[in-house]
Write a protein that binds this ligand. Structure first.
Ligand code: MN
Length: 259
């Protein structure tokens, strides 16, 4: 029996469940908002070309207007100055795009501290319970933040002091970049870094360290609660934008279920 035939049969027989981790793309999909004087990305938008009308009587189609970093998306190493000589989004190795994923769940600690930062000790404690992080795979950081993803204000959680969303400490970002075997870090928030990341040292430590090490970011994931702690297979499909710094991506997880 071929491996592919086994997979097809497992999907049809529900031993392999496909879980969609992607946020839907609409003009109200939350996007990052940087403070003055920085430039911002546009919201996702459809521009109708024709819809069964005089512009095209039998067909409907749109142009899309989007940032590379809109909705569920991949950050390529060249997104950040520390990774500027690294690969672009079209060059990401395919074996990083279909790779094992594990889930570290900190949602209980984020629920009473929106500024929660993941520390090295948290990952080490996770490893002592669940084993090593996947070599060439993904660490998915669950925070429960996907529950806010329908609303830009709740999702960015901005007050007078800035944005308050969970992230990773500078030390842990360095450790994930340099000492862990992962290909990338996936999060439920608008970016891989915490809302307060501009104040950290270095600022935006996940971007600085993880992209700087040639690794990847993956944002605005949902439905991580449906994944097992270990054992899921992630399928990430950014567009091959030549020279691009990132891309919206459909992200699916394959999960084994007892039938
Ligand atoms: Mn991004």
């Amino acid at each position: 029996m071929s491996v592919i035939a086994d997979i097809v049969s497992a999907i049809r027989g529900s031993q392999l469940e496909i879980i969609d981790l992607t946020a839907p793309l609409t003009d109200s999909t939350p996007v990052l908002r940087l403070p003055e004087p920085f430039a911002n990305t546009i919201n996702f938008q459809l521009e109708e070309i024709s819809r069964y009308d005089e512009r095209g009587p039998r067909w409907y189609w749109n142009n899309i207007h989007t940032g590379e970093h809109t909705g569920t998306h991949v950050d390529a190493p060249n997104h950040w100055a520390s990774g500027r000589d690294g690969i672009d989004v079209s060059q990401i190795p395919l074996r990083s795009l279909i790779a094992p994923a594990v889930v570290l769940d900190a949602s209980d600690r984020v629920s009473d501290n929106a500024d929660f930062l993941l520390e090295i000790e948290d990952v080490v404690a996770w490893q002592s319970e669940h084993g090593p992080l996947p070599d060439g795979g993904w660490l998915l950081f669950r925070t429960g933040w996907d529950a806010r993803s329908a609303d830009q204000a709740e999702f960015l959680n901005v007050d007078d002091t800035g944005s308050h969303t969970p992230g990773v400490s500078p030390e842990c970002a360095r450790w994930l970049a340099q000492e862990s075997p992962i290909a990338g870090l996936g999060v439920e928030t608008v970016g891989t870094d915490a809302g307060r990341a501009p104040e950290l040292d270095p600022p935006f430590p996940c971007h600085e360290r993880i992209l700087g090490a040639g690794k990847l970011g993956l944002t605005q994931l949902r439905n991580l609660a449906e994944l097992p702690v270990t054992g899921a297979l992630l399928v990430v499909s950014p567009l091959p934008i030549v020279g691009g710094s990132g891309s919206p991506a459909r992200v699916l997880a394959l999960v084994e279920r007892a039938v």
